[in-house]
Design a protein around this ligand. Structure first.
Ligand code: SF4
Ligand SMILES: [Zn+2]
Ligand SMILES: [Zn+2]
Length: 320
Protein backbone atom coordinates (compact mmCIF):
# COMPACT_ATOMS: atom_id res chain seq x y z
CA UNK A 1 0.00 0.00 0.00
CA UNK A 2 1.64 3.23 -1.18
CA UNK A 3 0.92 6.88 -0.43
CA UNK A 4 -0.90 8.57 -3.32
CA UNK A 5 1.31 11.64 -2.99
CA UNK A 6 4.87 10.48 -2.23
CA UNK A 7 4.70 6.72 -3.00
CA UNK A 8 6.11 6.03 0.49
CA UNK A 9 4.56 3.41 2.79
CA UNK A 10 0.92 4.27 3.44
CA UNK A 11 -0.58 4.11 6.95
CA UNK A 12 -4.23 4.45 5.97
CA UNK A 13 -6.43 3.58 3.03
CA UNK A 14 -9.43 5.72 2.15
CA UNK A 15 -11.50 3.73 -0.36
CA UNK A 16 -14.07 6.53 -0.63
CA UNK A 17 -11.32 8.75 -2.07
CA UNK A 18 -9.65 5.89 -3.87
CA UNK A 19 -6.43 6.83 -2.04
CA UNK A 20 -3.86 5.67 0.50
CA UNK A 21 -1.70 8.09 2.49
CA UNK A 22 1.49 8.08 4.54
CA UNK A 23 1.29 9.79 7.96
CA UNK A 24 2.53 13.14 6.66
CA UNK A 25 0.19 13.30 3.69
CA UNK A 26 -2.77 11.99 5.65
CA UNK A 27 -2.22 14.82 8.13
CA UNK A 28 -2.11 17.31 5.26
CA UNK A 29 -5.24 15.73 3.75
CA UNK A 30 -7.19 16.23 7.02
CA UNK A 31 -6.17 19.88 7.29
CA UNK A 32 -7.10 20.47 3.64
CA UNK A 33 -10.54 18.88 4.10
CA UNK A 34 -11.30 21.13 7.07
CA UNK A 35 -9.99 24.24 5.29
CA UNK A 36 -12.14 23.34 2.26
CA UNK A 37 -15.29 22.99 4.39
CA UNK A 38 -14.64 26.33 6.14
CA UNK A 39 -14.20 28.10 2.80
CA UNK A 40 -16.99 26.40 0.83
CA UNK A 41 -19.64 26.95 3.51
CA UNK A 42 -18.26 30.35 4.63
CA UNK A 43 -18.11 29.09 8.21
CA UNK A 44 -16.08 31.91 9.78
CA UNK A 45 -13.26 34.33 9.14
CA UNK A 46 -9.79 34.75 10.68
CA UNK A 47 -10.97 37.43 13.11
CA UNK A 48 -14.06 35.66 14.40
CA UNK A 49 -14.15 34.56 18.04
CA UNK A 50 -14.70 30.82 18.05
CA UNK A 51 -15.95 28.51 20.78
CA UNK A 52 -15.47 24.76 20.36
CA UNK A 53 -17.88 22.44 22.20
CA UNK A 54 -15.45 19.82 23.51
CA UNK A 55 -16.49 16.43 24.88
CA UNK A 56 -13.04 14.87 25.28
CA UNK A 57 -13.73 12.48 22.38
CA UNK A 58 -11.71 12.25 19.18
CA UNK A 59 -13.83 14.55 17.01
CA UNK A 60 -14.03 17.59 19.25
CA UNK A 61 -10.36 17.42 20.26
CA UNK A 62 -9.34 16.92 16.63
CA UNK A 63 -11.36 19.90 15.39
CA UNK A 64 -9.95 22.10 18.17
CA UNK A 65 -6.44 20.98 17.24
CA UNK A 66 -6.92 21.45 13.50
CA UNK A 67 -8.44 24.93 13.90
CA UNK A 68 -5.38 25.99 15.88
CA UNK A 69 -3.05 24.57 13.24
CA UNK A 70 -4.96 26.42 10.52
CA UNK A 71 -4.35 29.66 12.42
CA UNK A 72 -7.73 30.20 14.08
CA UNK A 73 -7.88 31.20 17.74
CA UNK A 74 -10.55 29.07 19.40
CA UNK A 75 -11.56 28.58 23.03
CA UNK A 76 -13.17 25.40 24.35
CA UNK A 77 -16.31 24.64 26.33
CA UNK A 78 -16.70 21.43 28.30
CA UNK A 79 -19.96 20.40 29.95
CA UNK A 80 -19.69 17.99 32.91
CA UNK A 81 -22.60 15.60 32.37
CA UNK A 82 -22.07 13.51 35.52
CA UNK A 83 -22.11 10.16 33.70
CA UNK A 84 -19.86 8.36 36.20
CA UNK A 85 -16.36 7.31 35.18
CA UNK A 86 -17.09 8.12 31.55
CA UNK A 87 -17.50 11.82 32.39
CA UNK A 88 -14.49 11.78 34.74
CA UNK A 89 -12.24 10.44 31.96
CA UNK A 90 -13.75 12.80 29.36
CA UNK A 91 -13.12 15.83 31.59
CA UNK A 92 -9.54 14.75 32.24
CA UNK A 93 -8.79 14.25 28.53
CA UNK A 94 -10.23 17.69 27.73
CA UNK A 95 -8.35 19.49 30.50
CA UNK A 96 -5.08 17.75 29.63
CA UNK A 97 -5.46 18.77 25.97
CA UNK A 98 -6.23 22.41 26.83
CA UNK A 99 -3.40 22.67 29.35
CA UNK A 100 -0.82 21.11 27.04
CA UNK A 101 -1.58 23.74 24.40
CA UNK A 102 -2.25 26.70 26.69
CA UNK A 103 -5.84 27.02 25.44
CA UNK A 104 -8.74 28.66 27.26
CA UNK A 105 -11.34 26.16 28.47
CA UNK A 106 -14.73 27.10 29.91
CA UNK A 107 -16.31 24.43 32.09
CA UNK A 108 -19.93 24.07 33.15
CA UNK A 109 -20.84 21.27 35.54
CA UNK A 110 -24.50 20.26 35.31
CA UNK A 111 -24.75 19.14 38.92
CA UNK A 112 -23.05 22.11 40.56
CA UNK A 113 -24.69 24.72 38.34
CA UNK A 114 -28.14 23.24 37.76
CA UNK A 115 -28.53 20.61 40.50
CA UNK A 116 -28.77 17.42 38.44
CA UNK A 117 -26.73 15.14 36.21
CA UNK A 118 -27.75 13.34 33.00
CA UNK A 119 -28.77 9.97 34.54
CA UNK A 120 -30.86 11.66 37.25
CA UNK A 121 -32.31 14.26 34.92
CA UNK A 122 -33.37 11.67 32.40
CA UNK A 123 -35.06 9.52 35.07
CA UNK A 124 -36.84 12.41 36.76
CA UNK A 125 -38.01 14.00 33.52
CA UNK A 126 -38.86 10.60 31.97
CA UNK A 127 -36.79 11.45 28.90
CA UNK A 128 -34.32 9.15 27.14
CA UNK A 129 -30.78 9.91 28.46
CA UNK A 130 -29.60 11.25 25.09
CA UNK A 131 -32.63 13.51 24.86
CA UNK A 132 -32.05 15.02 28.34
CA UNK A 133 -28.33 15.24 27.62
CA UNK A 134 -28.74 16.84 24.19
CA UNK A 135 -31.21 19.41 25.49
CA UNK A 136 -28.89 20.32 28.39
CA UNK A 137 -25.82 20.60 26.16
CA UNK A 138 -27.58 22.70 23.51
CA UNK A 139 -28.86 25.12 26.13
CA UNK A 140 -25.44 25.51 27.77
CA UNK A 141 -23.58 25.85 24.45
CA UNK A 142 -25.95 28.60 23.33
CA UNK A 143 -25.88 30.41 26.68
CA UNK A 144 -22.08 30.40 27.03
CA UNK A 145 -21.61 31.52 23.40
CA UNK A 146 -24.08 34.40 23.96
CA UNK A 147 -22.69 35.36 27.35
CA UNK A 148 -19.09 35.56 26.12
CA UNK A 149 -20.00 37.03 22.77
CA UNK A 150 -18.49 34.34 20.54
CA UNK A 151 -19.13 34.67 16.81
CA UNK A 152 -19.52 30.96 16.18
CA UNK A 153 -20.03 27.75 18.08
CA UNK A 154 -18.02 24.87 16.59
CA UNK A 155 -19.02 21.24 17.05
CA UNK A 156 -17.09 18.10 16.13
CA UNK A 157 -19.86 16.47 14.07
CA UNK A 158 -18.23 14.45 11.33
CA UNK A 159 -19.52 12.99 8.08
CA UNK A 160 -20.67 9.77 9.77
CA UNK A 161 -22.71 11.77 12.31
CA UNK A 162 -24.30 13.99 9.68
CA UNK A 163 -25.08 11.14 7.30
CA UNK A 164 -26.65 9.11 10.14
CA UNK A 165 -28.84 12.02 11.27
CA UNK A 166 -29.87 12.67 7.67
CA UNK A 167 -30.66 8.99 7.21
CA UNK A 168 -32.90 8.99 10.31
CA UNK A 169 -34.68 12.18 9.29
CA UNK A 170 -35.24 10.95 5.74
CA UNK A 171 -36.58 7.60 6.96
CA UNK A 172 -39.39 9.48 8.67
CA UNK A 173 -39.39 12.56 6.44
CA UNK A 174 -38.96 14.86 9.40
CA UNK A 175 -38.93 18.01 7.32
CA UNK A 176 -38.60 20.37 10.29
CA UNK A 177 -35.26 18.71 11.17
CA UNK A 178 -34.08 18.32 7.57
CA UNK A 179 -33.96 22.09 7.16
CA UNK A 180 -31.54 22.39 10.07
CA UNK A 181 -29.09 19.87 8.72
CA UNK A 182 -26.58 22.27 7.29
CA UNK A 183 -22.85 22.57 8.03
CA UNK A 184 -23.61 26.18 9.03
CA UNK A 185 -26.67 27.45 10.86
CA UNK A 186 -26.65 31.25 10.84
CA UNK A 187 -26.94 33.24 14.06
CA UNK A 188 -30.32 34.69 14.83
CA UNK A 189 -33.09 35.11 17.35
CA UNK A 190 -30.84 34.42 20.35
CA UNK A 191 -28.89 31.54 18.77
CA UNK A 192 -25.17 31.75 17.96
CA UNK A 193 -23.93 30.67 14.52
CA UNK A 194 -23.28 26.93 14.60
CA UNK A 195 -20.72 25.28 12.38
CA UNK A 196 -19.39 21.80 11.70
CA UNK A 197 -15.93 21.97 10.09
CA UNK A 198 -15.44 18.15 10.11
CA UNK A 199 -18.27 17.35 7.69
CA UNK A 200 -15.84 16.22 4.98
CA UNK A 201 -14.09 13.71 7.28
CA UNK A 202 -15.39 10.46 8.74
CA UNK A 203 -15.08 8.80 12.11
CA UNK A 204 -12.25 6.52 11.04
CA UNK A 205 -10.22 9.44 9.71
CA UNK A 206 -10.70 11.41 12.94
CA UNK A 207 -9.56 8.48 15.09
CA UNK A 208 -6.50 8.05 12.83
CA UNK A 209 -5.79 11.80 12.97
CA UNK A 210 -5.78 11.73 16.80
CA UNK A 211 -3.59 8.65 17.00
CA UNK A 212 -1.07 10.01 14.49
CA UNK A 213 -1.04 13.44 16.19
CA UNK A 214 -0.59 11.97 19.67
CA UNK A 215 -3.92 13.37 20.93
CA UNK A 216 -5.12 11.37 23.93
CA UNK A 217 -8.88 11.24 23.76
CA UNK A 218 -11.66 9.45 25.63
CA UNK A 219 -11.88 6.16 23.76
CA UNK A 220 -14.82 4.61 25.60
CA UNK A 221 -18.33 5.06 24.28
CA UNK A 222 -20.80 6.76 26.57
CA UNK A 223 -22.56 4.00 28.58
CA UNK A 224 -25.89 5.72 28.02
CA UNK A 225 -25.62 5.41 24.23
CA UNK A 226 -26.79 1.77 24.16
CA UNK A 227 -29.98 1.43 22.17
CA UNK A 228 -29.53 4.89 20.61
CA UNK A 229 -31.14 4.86 17.12
CA UNK A 230 -28.35 7.00 15.78
CA UNK A 231 -25.84 4.16 16.34
CA UNK A 232 -28.08 1.78 14.40
CA UNK A 233 -28.20 4.22 11.46
CA UNK A 234 -24.40 4.50 11.54
CA UNK A 235 -24.06 0.73 11.37
CA UNK A 236 -26.51 0.52 8.47
CA UNK A 237 -24.59 3.21 6.58
CA UNK A 238 -21.25 1.51 7.29
CA UNK A 239 -22.67 -1.63 5.74
CA UNK A 240 -23.71 0.28 2.63
CA UNK A 241 -20.36 2.10 2.53
CA UNK A 242 -18.40 -1.17 2.62
CA UNK A 243 -20.21 -2.32 -0.52
CA UNK A 244 -20.28 1.06 -2.19
CA UNK A 245 -17.35 3.29 -1.08
CA UNK A 246 -18.24 6.97 -1.23
CA UNK A 247 -21.97 6.35 -0.67
CA UNK A 248 -22.00 8.23 2.65
CA UNK A 249 -20.25 11.26 1.21
CA UNK A 250 -22.58 11.33 -1.80
CA UNK A 251 -25.69 10.85 0.36
CA UNK A 252 -24.87 13.86 2.53
CA UNK A 253 -23.27 16.23 0.01
CA UNK A 254 -25.77 15.55 -2.77
CA UNK A 255 -28.52 16.24 -0.24
CA UNK A 256 -26.89 19.61 0.54
CA UNK A 257 -26.48 20.42 -3.15
CA UNK A 258 -29.83 19.23 -4.45
CA UNK A 259 -32.41 19.07 -1.68
CA UNK A 260 -31.51 20.96 1.52
CA UNK A 261 -32.80 24.34 0.34
CA UNK A 262 -36.33 22.95 -0.05
CA UNK A 263 -36.55 22.40 3.70
CA UNK A 264 -34.97 25.59 4.93
CA UNK A 265 -38.11 27.74 4.82
CA UNK A 266 -39.72 25.54 7.51
CA UNK A 267 -36.71 25.96 9.80
CA UNK A 268 -36.48 29.71 9.30
CA UNK A 269 -40.16 30.28 10.01
CA UNK A 270 -39.88 28.07 13.13
CA UNK A 271 -36.98 30.18 14.36
CA UNK A 272 -38.68 33.51 13.59
CA UNK A 273 -41.67 32.64 15.73
CA UNK A 274 -39.60 32.07 18.90
CA UNK A 275 -39.79 34.30 21.97
CA UNK A 276 -37.64 34.58 25.12
CA UNK A 277 -38.24 31.97 27.84
CA UNK A 278 -40.03 33.63 30.78
CA UNK A 279 -37.48 32.09 33.13
CA UNK A 280 -34.04 32.18 31.45
CA UNK A 281 -34.53 34.31 28.33
CA UNK A 282 -33.49 31.59 25.87
CA UNK A 283 -35.50 31.39 22.64
CA UNK A 284 -38.51 29.10 22.90
CA UNK A 285 -41.86 28.66 21.08
CA UNK A 286 -43.72 30.05 24.13
CA UNK A 287 -43.66 30.36 27.94
CA UNK A 288 -40.99 28.35 29.73
CA UNK A 289 -38.30 26.69 27.58
CA UNK A 290 -37.78 22.92 27.48
CA UNK A 291 -34.48 23.24 29.37
CA UNK A 292 -36.04 25.12 32.30
CA UNK A 293 -38.82 22.52 32.43
CA UNK A 294 -36.20 19.76 32.50
CA UNK A 295 -34.31 21.47 35.36
CA UNK A 296 -37.55 21.90 37.29
CA UNK A 297 -38.44 18.22 36.98
CA UNK A 298 -34.90 16.98 37.52
CA UNK A 299 -34.49 18.94 40.75
CA UNK A 300 -37.99 18.46 42.17
CA UNK A 301 -38.01 16.42 45.42
CA UNK A 302 -38.55 12.77 44.51
CA UNK A 303 -41.16 10.68 46.38
CA UNK A 304 -39.51 8.35 48.94
CA UNK A 305 -40.05 4.72 48.00
CA UNK A 306 -40.33 2.20 50.85
CA UNK A 307 -39.66 -1.53 50.67
CA UNK A 308 -42.79 -3.71 51.24
CA UNK A 309 -41.46 -4.75 54.70
CA UNK A 310 -40.86 -1.18 55.78
CA UNK A 311 -44.27 -0.18 54.45
CA UNK A 312 -46.02 -2.98 56.41
CA UNK A 313 -44.19 -1.99 59.59
CA UNK A 314 -45.02 1.63 59.10
CA UNK A 315 -48.71 0.87 58.47
CA UNK A 316 -48.92 -1.31 61.62
CA UNK A 317 -47.13 1.27 63.75
CA UNK A 318 -44.10 -1.00 64.40
CA UNK A 319 -40.75 0.69 64.96
CA UNK A 320 -38.67 0.95 61.76
S1 SF4 B 1 -24.47 9.16 24.17
FE1 SF4 B 1 -26.27 10.30 24.81
S2 SF4 B 1 -26.06 10.56 27.03
FE2 SF4 B 1 -24.06 9.96 26.24
S3 SF4 B 1 -22.97 11.89 25.90
FE3 SF4 B 1 -23.96 11.33 23.95
S4 SF4 B 1 -25.96 12.38 24.00
FE4 SF4 B 1 -25.14 12.36 26.10
ZN1 LIG C 1 3.11 10.51 1.45
ZN1 LIG D 1 -35.62 28.74 30.00
Amino acid sequence: MKCRVCRGAAVIDLPQHNANFCAEHFDRFCLEQVAKAIKKFKMFGPNDRLLVAVSGGKDSLAVWDILGRLGYAADGLYVGLGIGEYSDASGEATRAFATSRGLTLHEVDLRSEYGYNVPEGSRAAKRAPCSACGLSKRHIFDSVAREHDYDALITGHNLDDEAAVLFGNVLRWQTEYLGRQMPVLPAGNGFPRKVKPLVRLGEREMAAYCVLSGIEYQIDECPMAAGNKHLGYKEALNDIESKSPGAKFAFYFEYLAKAAEHFQATTESDRDSLEPCVNCGSPTPSGTCAFCRLVERATAPQPITMSPTRRRRSESGQPQ
